[in-house]
Design a protein. Structure first.
Length: 262
């Protein structure tokens, strides 16, 4: 019996680290142009109206990626579409970026056309400016609470349906581990948003993601506490488990949109 419990718990942990992700497109854009001022401050708005929806420039980047048959953004590809004017304001993307305005916003237009200064190629590789990456390890760490809790919640529902106490025991182990793992996922989420230049303001995609994540964390913690007090799985408990699963999955979906786009 103990071995079976440990097997369930280990399986939940194994599923938690399947993938990692970084906001690579944004980093590639900034590394290619090394821009400052408004464009850097509105880095999300360079390609998006509101993440994950793309603006005209973001769609031109996506079209270029699809034409190349790849989803890996490079400086070469960005330079190749500089002559385009996706937002139709009379200034090319290259002129807008060189003039420090937004290439996907027709209301943002340089006063004078400016060419983009391409950085001089260098054979040396500059060391990272900080030991902590912009994403603050959040895309890696967040898989643990999501996978552990969802696996545990699914086990709990199976255990209730089949009246298997051993399955429910394995479930609470995974659910508890998932709730504990949020202690790392939530703080790194705030740090990642700050370092990546996302504006935490009402109505933005990153704020919506954070609110759903905090709500999911609260429900996860509440469910674990309820189980610890001897809840046997009544209708209210089952409804709360299903609601928490939906909330956690939606929060993860929104976070994926911030990293991958549409």
């Amino acid at each position: 019996m103990v071995r079976l419990r440990l097997w369930f718990f280990a399986l939940g942990i194994a599923g938690s680290g399947l993938a990692t992700a970084t906001p690579a497109y944004l980093q590639t854009f900034l590394a290619t142009y090394r821009v400052a001022g408004r464009l850097k401050e509105a880095s999300c708005g360079t390609c998006h109206t509101q993440v994950p929806s793309r603006n005209a420039y973001g769609k031109s980047v996506l079209t270029a990626l699809e034409a190349k048959g790849t989803m890996e953004l490079t400086g070469e590809l960005l330079h190749a579409i500089e002559a385009q004017d996706p937002d139709g304001d009379g200034a090319s993307s290259g002129e807008e970026i060189g003039g420090n305005t937004l290439p996907g916003d027709p209301k943002s237009r340089p006063l004078k056309t400016a060419s983009v200064k391409r950085p001089t190629p260098s054979l040396s590789v500059a060391p990272p400016s900080s030991p902590i990456p912009k994403h603050a390890f959040h895309p890696s760490l967040v898989h643990f609470p999501i996978a552990l809790f969802l696996f545990g919640a699914a086990l709990d529902l199976v255990g209730l349906a089949r009246r298997k106490s051993i399955v429910r025991t394995a479930a609470i182990w995974n659910m508890t581990a998932g709730a504990i793992a949020t202690a790392l996922a939530i703080p790194t989420g705030f740090v990642a948003a700050s370092l990546s230049g996302y504006a935490i303001a009402w109505g933005t995609a990153v704020t919506t993601h954070l609110l759903f994540a905090l709500g999911g964390t609260a429900l996860m913690t509440g469910l674990v506490a309820w189980r610890a007090r001897g809840e046997r799985g009544g209708p209210a408990y089952v409804a709360l488990v299903i609601a928490t699963i939906a909330l956690v999955m939606w929060a993860g979906h929104l976070g994926g949109g911030l990293v991958y786009g549409e």
